[in-house]
Design a protein around this ligand. Sequence first.
Ligand code: ATP
Length: 306
Amino acid sequence: MATIAAQGLGKSYGGKPAVTDLSFDVQPGSVTGFLGPNGAGKSTTMRLMLGLDNGVGRTTFDGRPFVELAHPMRHVGALLEAKPFHPTRKARNHLLMLAAANAIPRARVDEVLALVGLTEVAKAKPKSFSMGMGQRLGLAAALLGDPHTLILDEPANGLDPQGIQWMRVFLKSLAAEGRSIFVSSHLLSEMALMADHLVVIGRGRLIATGPVAEFVNSAQASAVVVRTPDASALAAALQSRGAQVEPGDDGTLVVRGLTVDAVGDLAFDEGVRLHELSTRVATLEEAFLERTAGSEEFQATGGGAA
Ligand SMILES: Nc1ncnc2c1ncn2[C@@H]1O[C@H](COP(=O)(O)OP(=O)(O)OP(=O)(O)O)[C@@H](O)[C@H]1O
């Protein structure tokens, strides 16, 4: 069973749809990246999942909606965009209050402060915190109940490169323990390193969901590159098997629709000599830009492709 099952989520603001009929699953033991252009509806979706926004649809955590969980913090930890802590209440005291309200042992507070690297500043007030420290405190709060599921909206916001790397290793280790991690981020190179699965939305609608590898391999930018002195013979043979073939750089052929193994086997069967046979895998950024093209809410007129 999927740990998180979101079904038919929807929300409009003033008649304008922000999220429309959105359904997806998040499996345990993996990091699922939640991607979409600015304004695509990621934060709204996460709020809907936790019952923090009025909307339509249903999200269950191990079969039950968030509001029906007896000890929600022990099932689901959330870090959303809004800073939930009091600016002048010391970081540790903030966590102690949360722990007390949720019947979580006090000792867990110092554990989570250490986990996120805030032990040294436990007695400081969040108003003196950098954005990255604030994110770490938010993550500490999300982890208090040792939850099986984490929902994190842009947790890497404000973190320096070391912090971003730490976050990646940390979230991957939590997933490796069997937890479900659902995390949004605009840092696509980071997401490529961290996520196993993706949920990609545009204008509030599902664009793709599945393994990261499937998403990048299905991109147009992914292809088999082949170089041969018999290009026209090979191109004809490839096209007769349904492949799309385009001329590439330096006399290569760029082939889509067949695997590298199939291209190599076909060349062998046809007696065509090959001087190069390689694959080009799209980056997550290329695949993302390709699949979300036209679904950006905010399009600038300056810049563009160089
Ligand atoms: N409280 C609100 N009132 C009115 N419109 C809202 C509100 N919150 C979000 N929206 C609108 O809903 C849409 C989705 O916004 P949302 O913040 O969920 O997107 P997002 O994918 O999280 O964006 P970003 O990547 O920029 O953080 C946008 O068009 C946004 O302007």
